[in-house]
Design a protein around this ligand. Structure first.
Ligand code: ADP
Length: 621
């Protein structure tokens, strides 16, 4: 017999589970039945695809038994893939998924009590400790000779020893807590199985004793019975109109390990050239690890009801990784390998149709503004990832993306923006950056405000990246207003004579600033500010440059901004009259530095800026 300690995070998880987690403890049954079903799935796959396992006589089922006399124990048994001693250590002593592991280790203090948070990932096997004083797992791996017994009371340690078991599979024996004896009861078990596990594609049997009575109504003995509970049909293969909403929800919980709600269920049973079934769910809330590198997407592939993989990035594009569900194909070969999957035409067709279906369901969601805002808050970034990664569906995705805007509170899509445009407006305008309040107060907006033209505010990191791939929406060009020439189409706020007269001032300032700026221009876009910074039309923005830098080691040339001056502003007009070269330089630099600060940039030489400001202030006072 060997003694082992649980990994620290397992102890934390057990502690959470026992002390603060669930009001409905019966979910442990769902978790154990779902594990049994997964184990049967795995063996079924080997049974049909791997020569070594083809000889195995395999009649998959899940058997549940309980102590009918003293109600002290409950057993869940399957004849699935089973486990050997090493599997027992890896599976029932550690948390394999690093995302989950990190998450558990962060759950401390008050967050411990937040069962919503913990409901986001699979509580799994360990949930059985909510109802058990101790647990024994007796398992034998298919294809191996030895059986093993794992035992633990969930208090930090477990033991593993050799054991006996006739055939492959696993038996989970729960020694029930005094206050959990209700689970050693036919009716409790039957109703919980129907409620939580009715969609499991394998038969579930429940063994119990039935009393028999004589003519006088006196009990004359008991007989053992073993009834099949549940339909043993994969939920997705049942006719759509026979499935209740609660059944969809329970199925979602089993496959996603998320105890939260869903906002859309998309069930497609396709017949014809290709025969397949897909059942997808859009969760109400984003999983905590959606943006982690090791996030595992939640779609399972079946071929004729045989589970093939849930670890294939090819099943749906990565931007739809928040979608959970199953794809079941009648046409793929059962022995598909990963390589085959990657270039398989059938799967590619199913995938394309699925993406279209999911996007059109999201479109339906978007008809309800409030509901859609909630969806967008959770998954808007994924939609925007799609904007730059899924060229084929760009038009649909353009209808789904939402942005902040200068014209109203809340979010705005391109279609609504277009409908609200002024009759002679020729483009969709946006301003991008990372700080909403800086963007809203940017001098670049002055001429747009003056003419009541709406500008989209793109302050999410991903916005500018996504939009960089898109030049137009329905023939309307998208224009970044911090680029030179962005407002060439707008009526001018300054007349040509004033602009022309101020040209020498621009030259004077450029001479003072030298190579700090690409150009100094007299602007027609400013109303109240003296100056602003823009970028040359073809230059990437500061954020884009940072993003490129993070993505690769491609060296980027230093890009210099263009300084635009407001010819009607008092300071600008006065520069023309300055004779003192040092003073002209100080004023030019201060204008430039002020424009940088207003744009949220950092100054190259703050000390020199301070000195300049002091010189000017002492003259002014
Ligand atoms: P999850 O099911 O989310 O992976 P669990 O804690 O419920 O997490 O189970 C951990 C692992 O233990 C499973 O992934 C599986 O490999 C193994 N396991 C659990 N129950 C069984 C079983 N009945 N038969 C075979 N393996 C099992």
């Amino acid at each position: 017999m060997s003694k082992h300690s649980f990994q620290a995070e397992v102890n934390q998880l057990l502690d959470l589970m026992i002390h603060s987690l669930y009001s409905n403890r019966e979910i442990f049954l769902r978790e154990l039945i779902s594990n049994a079903s997964d184990a049967l799935d795995k063996l079924k796959f080997l049974n049909v695809s791997d020569d070594c396992y083809k000889q195995i006589a395999f009649d998959p089922k899940i058997q549940i038994r309980f102590d009918t006399k003293d109600r002290k124990w409950l057993e869940i048994e399957d004849n699935g893939i089973g486990m050997n001693d090493q599997d027992l250590v890896e599976n029932l002593g550690t948390i394999a998924k690093s995302g989950t592991k990190n998450f558990v280790s962060q759950l401390t203090g008050d967050r411990k009590k937040d069962s919503n948070l913990i409901g986001q990932f699979g509580v799994g096997f360990y949930s059985a400790f909510m109802v058990s004083d101790s647990i024994e797992v007796i398992a034998k791996k298919a294809g191996e000779d030895k059986a093993w017994k794992w035992t633990s009371d969930g208090k930090g340690e477990y033991t593993i020893e050799e054991s006996n078991r006739e055939s492959f599979g696993a038996t989970i024996r729960l020694n029930l807590k005094e206050d959990a004896k209700e689970f050693a009861n036919r009716w409790t078990l039957e109703s919980a199985i129907k409620k939580y596990s009715n969609h499991i594609p394998f038969p579930i049997f429940l063994e119990y004793e039935q009393s028999e009575y004589d003519d006088q109504g006196k009990e004359k003995g008991k007989t053992k019975k073993n009834d099949q509970i549940g339909s043993a049909t994969a939920l997705w293969k049942r006719p759509k109109n026979s499935i209740k909403p609660e059944e969809y929800q329970e199925f979602y919980k089993t496959i996603s390990h998320d105890s939260g709600e869903t906002i859309a269920t998309i069930h497609t049973q396709a017949e014809g050239a290709l025969e397949y079934t897909t059942l997808f769910f859009i969760p109400a809330a984003a999983p905590f690890d959606l943006y982690r590198m090791d996030y595992r997407s939640g779609v399972k592939l079946y071929v004729k009801r045989v589970f093939i993989t849930d670890d294939d990035k090819e099943l749906l594009p990565s931007y739809l990784r928040f979608v959970r569900g199953v794809i079941d194909s009648e046409d793929l070969p059962l022995n598909v390998s990963r390589e085959i999957l990657q270039q398989n035409k059938i799967l590619a067709n199913i995938k394309n149709a699925s993406v279209k279906k999911i996007l059109s369901e999201i479109k339906k969601l978007s008809e309800d503004k409030e509901k859609y805002a909630a969806f967008h808050k959770e998954f808007g970034r994924c939609v925007k990832e799609g904007l730059y990664s899924d060229y084929a569906n760009r038009e649909e995705l353009l209808e789904l993306a939402r942005f902040k805007t200068t014209a109203s509170e809340g979010l705005m899509g391109f279609a609504e923006y277009k409908a609200r445009m002024k009759p002679d407006q020729k483009a969709i305008y946006y301003i991008a950056g990372l700080n909403e309040s800086l963007l809203r107060n940017s001098p670049l907006l002055e001429s747009f405000k003056a003419q009541n033209i709406e500008v989209l505010i793109m302050d999410d990191e991903i916005d500018e990246f996504a939009i960089s791939q898109i030049n137009e929406y329905k023939d309307l060009p998208l224009k970044a207003i911090n680029k030179s020439g962005a407002n060439d189409d707008l009526p001018k706020t300054q007349n040509d004579d004033i602009i022309k007269a101020a040209e020498p001032i621009a030259q004077k300032v450029k001479k003072a600033l030298g190579e700090e700026v690409k150009e100094v221009k007299i602007s027609s876009r400013l109303a109240s500010s003296p100056a602003c910074l823009v970028l040359d039309e073809n230059d990437p923005s500061v954020q884009m440059r940072q993003m490129y830098k993070m993505m690769g080691d491609m060296p980027l040339p230093d890009i210099k901004p263009i300084l635009e001056l407001n010819p009607s502003h008092e300071i600008v007009q006065k520069i023309g009259a300055i004779d003192d070269e040092n003073l002209a330089s100080d004023v030019s630099f201060l204008l430039f530095e002020q424009a940088q600060l207003v744009a949220g940039m950092t100054l190259k030489d703050p000390a020199a800026f301070g000195e300049r400001l002091s010189r000017i202030l002492s003259k002014a006072i």
